[in-house]
Design a protein around this ligand. Structure first.
Ligand code: BV8
Length: 227
């Protein structure tokens, strides 16, 4: 099974969070990515997200996303657990994708639960309001201090415990509870430019770009997709 983060999408032009020049170097997550910050200043948080929505809407899957989809097609990858909200794994053709930090696909009303699709949310910017009760809609991403989607961690834990290999790609493994999954891995391999707190537990670490590395993995497989 594969656990991915923002580093798998940087080659699609989406900045990550904690690298030099990453999103958190320009925006304080306590001011823009916590549920309390959203409740206090929804317009400010929506301004932050509307900038990201613009970038995410234009982004296309890169060689890393495509390689992971190919590995799933060949039966070598059972599923991807992603912290990304950008939908690029699905756009690359991956089927089994668990979005543990939600997605930008929809936004919901915290008061009455009404849900609006991405395209409608964009029309309602700068501060999308609920057509049912007038409250401000919240992007369906998991903000700091918010619980993860129902069942997501259970499914992710099941996949980690059942996997012959846990392959981590493009995440600093600093955000919980997801980072804790690496602790449960039997065999662990990490493809990540930067260091992670779990490198010492990994059987293999490759500090190289995810695109060329995973494309290289597919190219080096002993058998093609005809088998
Ligand atoms: C929760 C929103 C219950 C979506 C995000 C236990 C200990 C300590 C703290 C906590 C704990 N339990 C809970 C917490 C608090 C908190 C937390 O973990 N804080 C951390 C920062 C200390 N966790 C939570 O709040 C979680 N909720 O626990 O609820 C609860 C409730 C109340 C009170 C307590 C608990 C919710 C966490 C989710 C938060 N939402 N984002 C969005 O806007 O996208 S998190 C944010 O960070 C992103 O979603 C992202 O997914 C996540 C992880 O970041 P990464 O993906 O790893 O990105 P990063 O930039 O860090 O790393 C990228 C890596 O890729 C780098 O290393 C880089 O070198 C590498 N790279 C870059 N390019 C490439 C590459 N590698 C290869 N190739 C490349 N081309």
């Amino acid at each position: 099974m594969v656990l991915t983060g923002a580093g798998v999408s940087t080659e699609s032009g989406i900045p990550d969070f904690r690298s030099a020049g990453g999103i958190w170097s320009r925006y304080d997550p306590m001011e823009y990515a916590t549920i309390d910050a959203f409740r206090r200043h929804p317009a400010k948080v929506w301004d932050f997200y509307s900038k990201r929505l613009g970038i995410l809407a234009e982004a296309r899957p890169n060689a890393a996303h495509l390689a992971l989809a190919e590995l799933e097609r060949r039966g070598l990858v059972e599923a991807i657990v992603t912290q990304n909200v950008d939908r690029l794994h699905q756009a690359a053709g991956s089927v089994q994708v668990i979005e543990v930090h939600g997605s930008i696909r929809t936004a919901s009303c915290l008061a009455c639960g009404r849900r609006e699709p991405f395209e409608r949310v964009v029309e309602l910017l700068p501060v999308p309001g609920c057509a049912t009760c007038g409250e401000v809609l919240k992007p369906d991403v998991v903000m700091f201090g918010e619980l993860l989607p129902e069942g997501a961690m259970e499914r992710a834990t099941e996949l980690v415990l059942g996997a012959g290999l846990v392959l981590v790609v493009g995440t600093s493994l600093e955000v919980y509870p997801v980072a804790g999954l690496a602790d449960l891995a039997g065999r662990l391999a990490i493809v990540n430019m930067g260091q992670t707190p779990f490198d010492g537990q990994a059987e293999l670490t490759i500090a190289a770009p995810a695109g060329e590395t995973l494309a290289g993995v597919v190219a080096s497989l002993p058998f093609g997709d005809e088998d």
